[in-house]
Ligand binder design. Sequence first.
Ligand SMILES: [Zn+2]
Length: 225
Amino acid sequence: MRKIRVGIEGNGTVRIKLKKAGKAERSGVTEAGKTLPSPQTFSAPDVPTAGSRGFSLSYPLLGQMEIRVESVFRPKEPDVEVVYALTGFGRSVDHLHKFSSNEVVAHATPEMISYTAEKMVEHIRAERAEMPNLIVHVHSHPLGAPALSDVDKEAMPKVAATIQTIVPGATVLFGVHAIGREERRPRELPERVSLNKVRWSSITRLHEVAFFDEHAEPVEVRIDG
Ligand SMILES: [Zn+2]
């Protein structure tokens, strides 16, 4: 059966898209043999995507990233990982989506991470009027480095494939958000310290965030004020 999808573009034109069933329904049988529910597909708008040419984010968004990661810390409790997503259109992100920790897990098995990526897309869909075509999956490394672990590297192609099954044509990138130990320190504004990495300090934590594509290649990031 063919699905008919009707979307209203930003310029007011109505787009009708015929979509073959099956692409979405390929979906997941995990290695554990569990069948995952078929995700609904969403059309991303036809805007050029970031790809390997990188993307930009703003100081206000970096401020939200700082709050997202620092807000989970509690006195006298171990620092915990968080997952969030940055989304946008074309080559810039302009929105942060936070996820509840019981729905999205950072360092479980790659199959579990891929499964929870579907939940992420549901959140994104619910929070944005139009499905973005640039989705950056970010997770934190408390007291760690902004570098990919082996589990991260194994999971990323599966997460990208899962998201792209639900949002065909979307660019999916990844970020690792490292946070330092709590200590009183001077605030330092975000700056790009290498092609794919930004660094700043809040008054209590050093933050370093590095961005990669699904194959663990560095992706250029720019701060656009
Ligand atoms: Zn990691």
